[in-house]
Design a protein around this ligand. Structure first.
Ligand SMILES: [Zn+2]
Length: 287
């Protein structure tokens, strides 16, 4: 299990799935050959983030932030029992909640749920199926939804045509556990949102600061470290690919201080590192 210490905060990765992903799943303009070409120019991508065949090494995980009397879960993966068009994501029966408890965090001990955005792989465990109905998985938590993000997906069609909002977001609102917050919301002392729009309209990244140390959880405006080595490539799931590209470049420029721990929402293990600028518009993630 991956775990990082940022001052007084412990950040733990709880993995739902980890698998090589075809670049075509994410990028219209990149195939495996093109990915291997980028990896040849930027060899740090291998072996952790690009396979010898040119697959992207990705994971879906949640991050638990424990400290300052708080237990916060960030991005709740795909979830079990959900009807999904992607066959790899449909009706999962995984041990995520057991793994979360084994990491030291039974669901009822979580006090805050954060979703960097409301895509299908970031909201799934918000709810669980009980007697045919969706109930909050974290009954003692406040769920923080970014207001413009919530309002967008309340009416916009899901990226895969799934009922993601209806089964994983609306039941939280109906249970009275949702707080609609701004894109620069302060969660608690030391933890705040930063707006990183483009992947989705109200997308945020999460900054964690304590005792002179800092980490940032990316969300999906960087899906894969490949987009650190080649920031110009936006994913097919971006609501606004041009804005996502602009946001990504500004993000990389800002945090390439070789000190801030960048924790990826989908980066394969080891999943986190510090950034430096290469000087050619690209960046390197040092794990
Ligand atoms: Zn995602």
């Amino acid at each position: 299990m991956l775990r990082w210490q940022v001052g007084a905060f412990t950040i733990t990765s709880v993995v739902e799935s980890e698998a090589p992903t075809s670049p075509r799943f994410l990028f219209a303009d990149l195939d495996k050959k093109a990915v291997l070409g980028i990896a040849e120019r930027k060899p740090w991508l291998q072996p952790n983030f690009v396979s010898p065949e040119g697959f992207l090494l990705q994971k879906i995980h949640a991050l638990v932030i424990d400290g300052g009397g708080r237990r916060i879960i960030v991005d709740t993966c795909i979830g079990n029992d959900k009807e999904r068009h992607n066959p790899g994501w449909a009706n999962l029966q995984g041990p995520f909640l057991d793994d979360l408890a084994a990491a030291g965090y039974p669901a009822e001990t979580i006090d805050t749920v954060i979703c960097t955005h409301l895509h299908v792989d970031h909201v799934g465990w918000n709810t669980k199926l009980v007697d045919g109905r969706w109930f909050p998985t974290f009954p003692n938590a406040r769920y923080l939804f970014v207001k413009p993000e919530f309002e967008h997906w309340q009416v916009a069609p899901d990226i895969n045509g799934d009922e993601t909002f209806a089964d994983s977001v609306a039941p939280i609102h109906e249970a009275g556990l949702a707080d609609l917050v701004s894109t620069s919301h302060e969660v608690c002392p030391g933890i705040h949102y930063e707006p990183t729009p483009g992947h989705t309209p109200g997308h945020v990244s999460l900054v964690i600061e304590s005792e002179g140390q800092r980490a940032v959880i990316t969300g999906d405006m960087i899906h894969t470290p490949l987009q650190i080595a080649a920031p110009e490539h936006s994913s097919m799931f971006d609501t606004d690919p041009d804005m996502a590209r602009h946001t990504r470049k500004a993000f990389l420029d800002r945090w390439s201080d070789d000190a801030t721990l960048i924790i990826g929402t989908h980066f394969g293990s080891p999943t986190a590192g510090t950034l430096t600028a290469d000087g050619d518009g690209a960046y390197t993630l040092h794990c």
